[in-house]
Design a protein around this ligand. Structure first.
Ligand code: PMP
Length: 319
């Protein structure tokens, strides 16, 4: 999502976080143009020719599931990072939402490579979206439509560190939503938290769960570091990210201890280092939480080593 904050097309000057300054009249050019090809409801077509009906729960109530995936240019051409994991999560999200969706992971991966190829993209952001057929009766989907969209993205990681604030908004309550699913409607909460932080002069929000524990940002998972140990919120009120999992795998290889646990923002404030991680965000260092700076020189932290390892991994990992 974040995907919304983290999604900026490749020609954004500073990188990923310019959304409030974007001229909305240019959005058409930023995400697609007359030549852009998408996959929609079983066929490849021009983005400008695609349309959908106005009578569905996906548009009205956010009853859709989606993914945020990245492809990188590697020595072997374009490679989609963790395609299997993303498409397994898409299928699981659909299942949790009772949305019928019978594409296989292989089919989805092949279609995505074809989409990249037809558009001539290597470094790209890929957005699969599953919406439902007309119905507004608050009942499960009868038929679904798959859209595969992509736009070029070669920002690399964001060098600037982020100033973040504890949000007054909580993450969706896991007793009200399937928080482990990536569902369109959940992101209304993300928009509120992210925009609130920006309006108050911060780059991003740190959002708590219903018990006041740190959960995640509006579109990325969070880690902080103390005395060489990384801490990240345990599952329950978070979207358990594929990047979060990759970070844990990298830590395992680098012998960096990681603890998944519940903690309050007080425990994170003034720690040695902190970062957000997600497909779009990659690994973004945090400058401060609620104006309290993280204390150690980023380059000398375990977090900095993880960031370097991640940046290498995304460019070498093939299918
Ligand atoms: N949490 C939220 C709310 C997100 O939107 C994202 C981005 N998908 C993440 C965490 C990170 O997930 P991933 O690493 O799978 O991109």
């Amino acid at each position: 999502m974040y995907d919304c904050t983290y999604i900026e097309p490749s020609h954004s000057v500073r990188g990923l976080f310019l959304f409030p300054f974007v001229n909305f009249l240019n959005l058409y050019n930023m995400y697609y143009n007359d030549d852009t090809t998408i996959y929609f409801d079983g066929k490849f077509m021009k983005a400008k020719d695609a349309g959908t009906d106005l009578y569905g729960q996906s548009l009205h109530y956010g009853y859709s599931v989606f993914e945020g995936i990245k492809s990188y240019s590697t020595d072997h051409g374009a490679r989609i990072f963790k395609a299997k994991e993303h498409y397994e999560r898409l299928k699981r999200s659909a299942e949790l939402m009772h949305i019928p969706f019978d594409y296989s992971v292989n089919q989805l991966t092949e279609l995505t490579y074809e989409l990249l190829d037809r558009n001539g993209f290597t470094d790209a952001y890929i957005r699969p979206l599953v919406t439902c057929s007309p119905n507004m009766s608050l009942s499960k989907g009868q038929k679904s439509y798959l859209s595969l969209l992509a736009w070029e993205w070669n920002n690399g990681y964001l060098a600037d560190k982020m100033k973040i604030m504890t949000s007054p908004f909580q993450r969706p309550n896991p007793k009200a939503f399937k928080v482990e699913a990536k569902v369109g409607g959940h992101y209304v909460n993300s928009i509120l938290a992210c925009q609130d932080a920006k309006d108050k002069g911060y780059d991003e929000a740190l959002v708590l769960d219903e018990n006041g524990n740190v959960a995640e940002s509006s579109g990325a998972n969070v880690f902080y570091e103390k005395d060489g140990v990384l801490f990240t919120p345990a599952k329950g009120s978070i979207l358990p990210g594929i990047t979060r999992q990759t970070v844990m795998e990298i830590c395992n290889e680098l012998n960096i201890p990681v603890k998944e646990t519940f903690f309050k923002p007080e425990e994170m404030r003034g720690a040695d280092a902190g970062f957000f991680c997600g497909t779009a965000a990659e690994i973004v260092a945090l400058d401060s939480l609620d104006d309290v700076p993280f204390t150690r020189n980023w380059e000398e932290t375990a977090s900095g080593r993880v960031q370097q390892a991640y940046l290498k991994l995304v460019r070498v990992l093939s299918l």
